[in-house]
Design a protein around this ligand. Structure first.
Ligand code: SF4
Length: 73
């Protein structure tokens, strides 16, 4: 069951690819040179990978929201 939501502010994405390098199972580069999450609802097994991607993002445009609506990053 999905417990967390991924928010990605694509306007601010600089296309560095760090999220894809860090968590390729849920992040991919698109034709416009910016990344995109494959899934925006994730559960515990995908949490750490996406959290690592969010921490790796140099412009902090990846956010993870918990089931209570609290922004974790
Ligand atoms: S790490 Fe951040 S800036 Fe870099 S591609 Fe991913 S979302 Fe975009």
């Amino acid at each position: 069951m999905a417990k967390y939501k991924i928010e990605h502010d694509r306007d601010g994405c600089i296309g560095c690819g760090a999220c894809v390098s860090t968590c390729g199972k849920n992040w991919e580069m698109k034709d416009d040179g910016k990344s995109k999450p494959k899934k925006t609802s994730i559960d515990d097994k995908d949490f750490q990978c996406n959290m690592d991607a969010a921490k790796a993002c140099p412009v902090n445009v990846i956010h993870i929201i918990d089931e209570k609506g609290k922004k974790m990053i």
